[in-house]
Design a protein around this ligand. Structure first.
Ligand code: SF4
Length: 175
């Protein structure tokens, strides 16, 4: 299992511009409004190791109609991610936040046998997505196992209902 997408300056796909934009927004469009993020097997392993958490403390497991399993961060009493700090309006685990959060407002769809990047336009960071950012995103998902990417995509369907997203280019898995 890959362990090297821990978020740091070098793997934060938006760099400082991203951090500044997120600080001003206080997670209003993502952490606050959306359902808790999906978790890949790699996310779970990293968070257990670095945050010294037990799986039952932060992982929620669900199944779809075909009995495929998906994993999310546990919601709090308001249905938000348990790692959102209400008072500071920020992420309590920023350096070890799941891939879903690291990539946002990017996401992946699978069409005609290919993965494609899509972009949610309601996030202020959507204006900052350049080819350089996409290349970093390619590298981030290249560290994942194929089944992790598939389960990540399959479990993220509800967000599409929000509309306001555009398709970008194909994901370059070899990044
Ligand atoms: S893990 Fe952090 S960045 Fe991701 S949804 Fe939760 S609070 Fe937001």
């Amino acid at each position: 299992m890959a362990y090297n997408y821990q978020c740091s300056e070098s793997t934060n796909i938006f760099g400082k511009t991203g951090s500044n934009t997120c600080l001003k927004c206080h997670g209003k469009e993502c952490c606050v409004k959306l359902e808790p993020p999906t978790l890949t097997g790699t996310d779970i392993a990293i968070m257990k190791q670095h945050l010294h958490l037990r799986e039952k403390d932060f992982v929620m497991e669900t199944e779809d109609s075909s009995k495929d399993k998906f994993y999310y961060v546990l919601p709090d009493e308001f249905g938000r991610c348990i790692f959102f700090d209400e008072q500071k309006e920020t992420c309590k685990i920023f350096l070890f936040r799941p891939m879903d959060c690291q990539l946002f407002p990017l996401d992946i769809i699978f069409e005609n046998g290919k993965y494609y990047w899509i972009l949610y336009k309601f996030c202020k960071l959507s204006d900052k997505v350049s080819e350089k950012v996409l290349k970093k995103a390619d590298r981030l998902v290249s560290n994942l196992l194929d089944e992790e990417i598939r389960s990540y995509i399959g479990s993220d369907a509800s967000i599409f209902d929000l509309g306001n997203w555009v398709r970008l280019r194909a994901v370059n898995i070899k990044g």
